[in-house]
Design a binder for this molecule. Structure first.
Ligand code: SF4
Ligand code: SF4
Length: 305
């Protein structure tokens, strides 16, 4: 509930850290929506002020808030700065305002509404149960989600090749399984609970002990949002591909041999780094293990990426 984060929204000291960024890179603004709309209420500070006004009854819950809150990309750059400097949880405040807007029937943005996905989620559980019946019990599952089963298939194919070359035994999730990200990240929690429960039941019924995902969104959603939505820990472990493969490289189960004579850099995805268990080292360890790779770092990296 929004009330639970009163301390976070009321103690905003208007320091502008969430607009200007860290002390190490002050000339490099961090909030994508603030920089896009150039209006105070599209930065975290403005979002905190509006949340306070809503709590105090000085601002009405209205459609004017939809854009102000649902445009937030939840990249967490503001929260990283604010938490580091002030110990505040900005994203929780933004999330709770969004959930309340949904509860009141005001948000989200029309294009983000569950109704737009309803056709896809219709009979989701039945389709999932049918798919599970055709699968055998297995220890690990490579979870694809929408992006890796429909769009970035080259990542899926390459990852499967690597896992198979190391002799790993795993199942691949059927194409139509969704982690629930579009629904969860727009505060539509009632509908999200059905998808989450259905996924967890399907995975547990297969005896799966670990889920491997190449998608930062799926990884983050499974790791942190599922336990929060269900109110209990999951009976299986979630690992991003980079966590899984870096362990295999350390154990000697996987050895990159083909030289890649390239100068490369690594951009930390927000949902894998600052919002996904701070997975910063593993992707770099994998890159460094490839012969010939010259890994160079950008000024903005890890929590400040
Ligand atoms: S960084 Fe935190 S304390 Fe500073 S203005 Fe932003 S929300 Fe307020
Ligand atoms: S989460 Fe990202 S987009 Fe949202 S207010 Fe913070 S910096 Fe801006």
């Amino acid at each position: 509930m929004l009330e639970d984060y009163k301390r976070d929204m009321y103690w905003c000291s208007a320091c502008e850290g969430c607009r200007l960024g860290s002390f190490e890179a002050l000339d490099d603004p961090i909030c994508p929506t603030g920089e896009r709309f150039l209006f105070e209420s599209y930065y975290a500070e403005g979002r905190m002020v509006n949340a306070r006004c809503l709590m105090d009854g000085k601002l009405e819950w209205s459609e004017r808030l939809i854009d102000r809150y649902f445009t937030c990309l939840r990249c967490g750059a503001c929260a990283e700065i604010c938490y580091k400097e002030m110990g505040r949880h900005l994203l929780k405040v933004i999330e709770e305002v969004e959930k309340e807007l949904v509860r009141r029937g005001i948000g989200p943005h029309p294009k983000q509404r569950y109704e737009n996905y309803e056709k896809f989620f219709k009979n989701y559980r039945e389709r999932q149960e049918e798919a599970v019946k055709k699968m055998s019990e297995v220890e690990a599952m490579y979870f694809l989600g929408c992006d890796l089963s429909c769009y970035n298939k080259h990542i899926t194919e390459a990852t499967i090749k690597i896992l198979e070359s190391a002799g790993e035994k795993f199942a691949t999730s059927p194409r139509a399984w969704c982690c629930g990200y579009p629904i969860i990240y727009t505060g539509q929690m009632e509908q999200a609970k059905d998808i989450v429960t259905s996924n967890v039941d399907a995975i547990e019924s297969l005896g799966i002990e670990k889920i491997i995902s190449s998608c930062p969104h799926c990884t983050r959603i499974f790791k942190y949002d599922y336990p929060e939505i269900l109110g209990s820990e999951l009976g299986f472990k979630i690992l991003h591909t980079s966590e899984y493969l870096s362990e295999m490289i350390k154990d000697g189960a996987l050895k990159p041999k083909t030289p890649v004579m390239e100068k490369v850099t690594y951009h930390d995805p927000c949902l894998l780094g600052r919002q996904g268990g701070k997975v910063y080292d593993q992707p770099r360890e994998i890159l460094r293990s490839i012969p010939g790779i010259n890994l160079v770092e950008m000024n903005r990296r890890t929590g400040n990426a």
